[in-house]
Write a protein that binds this ligand. Structure first.
Ligand SMILES: Nc1nc2c(ncn2[C@@H]2O[C@H](COP(=O)(O)OP(=O)(O)OP(=O)(O)O)[C@@H](O)[C@H]2O)c(=O)[nH]1
Ligand SMILES: [Mg+2]
Length: 282
């Protein structure tokens, strides 16, 4: 059993602040990770957002399986949920695509304003999602410059802040929030594996072993080929093999399992083994 939980006080405060701010927003942009669209769905946000217009953006699609991202967008739209996927860093053309989706989702609101003789203002969107998913990056993409601080670790944005991102769109940057109790072990492990949980509280060896097993099931033969391991290597032996193949050894020629786990997770996050999606739609 791999127990992962991270719900510090600053997330609870952010949740309350977001709840308050929702009254002033016209729509929500919820960002989920294209590699784990299920684990990165925060059920607490679902409840909070209610029936406000919502655009789901599956971020980091440059690191995910393209066919899987397509399948996820289809599955979400079947549920009546508007969703798109995209690379928020390397694909500038996603800027206009996201703006257009936001304007489409808030069109009724603007039409109502016009009908009442009010000059339409910029629409207000709240960007929200789990830590490290790319909320601030999305805002910088829309603004076409660095307005919000970003970094490759969870917990960078600490408070809510409005950013005038384009003439038509003001976006509220919010801190990444998780929820008090994950439904199952896998959710916590996947969030940890892809960098949405504070590293300081993680047993990375446990996380690596769990994810290796998942990848062996989802992409048979992939890790065996990358790390020159014989077919049928189990997840524990695979981690040892990663240590040996990468020359990570301790005194006495013992494989350095902890370092192997860190290297594996680091490379997995960077898609060094290919564009992988770790959860498929049902
Ligand atoms: N490859 C890739 N990296 C991305 C993408 N979107 C964001 N990132 C990277 O993911 C990391 C986290 O991005 P942030 O924008 O800081 O994430 P955040 O959701 O604001 O995180 P918190 O404020 O900590 O909750 C940064 O290193 C970004 O460069 C993407 O579409 N593709
Ligand atoms: Mg941020």
């Amino acid at each position: 059993m791999v127990a992962v939980q991270w719900y510090p006080g600053h997330m609870e405060k952010a949740r309350r602040d977001m709840q308050d701010a929702l009254k002033q927003v016209d729509m929500v942009i919820e960002i989920r990770d294209a590699r784990i669209p299920n684990a990165s769905r925060n059920p607490m946000l679902d409840k909070m957002i209610g029936d406000k217009p919502r655009l789901i953006v599956l971020s980091k699609s440059d690191l995910a399986d393209d066919a899987a991202s397509e399948a996820w967008v289809k599955a979400l739209s079947k549920e009546g949920q508007k969703a798109v996927y995209g690379d928020l860093v390397g694909q500038k053309r996603n800027r206009q695509m996201i703006i257009n989706e936001c304007l489409e989702l808030t069109k009724k609101k603007r039409d109502r304003m016009i009908a009442r003789g009010i000059r339409p203002r910029a629409m207000r969107a709240m960007a929200c999602g789990i830590p490290n998913v790319g909320k601030s990056t999305l805002i910088n993409l829309i603004a076409s410059r660095t307005r919000a601080k970003t970094a490759d670790k969870p917990g960078v944005t600490r408070s809510l802040s409005w950013i005038h991102a384009s003439d038509q769109l003001d976006i509220l940057d919010t801190p990444g929030v998780l929820w008090p109790k994950f439904d199952d072990e896998r959710t916590g492990v996947l969030l940890a594996a892809l960098g949405s949980i504070n590293e300081d509280i993680l047993n990375t060896t446990e996380i690596a072993v769990y994810v290796i097993k998942d990848i062996q099931e989802l992409y048979p033969g992939l890790l065996e080929a990358v790390f020159e391991a014989p077919e049928g290597t189990d997840e524990y032996a695979m981690l040892e093999q990663i240590a040996r193949q990468r020359h990570l050894v301790k005194a006495g020629d013992e494989p350095d399992i902890e370092r192997a786990a860190d290297v594996f997770l680091h490379e997995l996050r960077k898609a060094k083994y290919g564009k992988l999606t770790l959860e498929m739609p049902e």
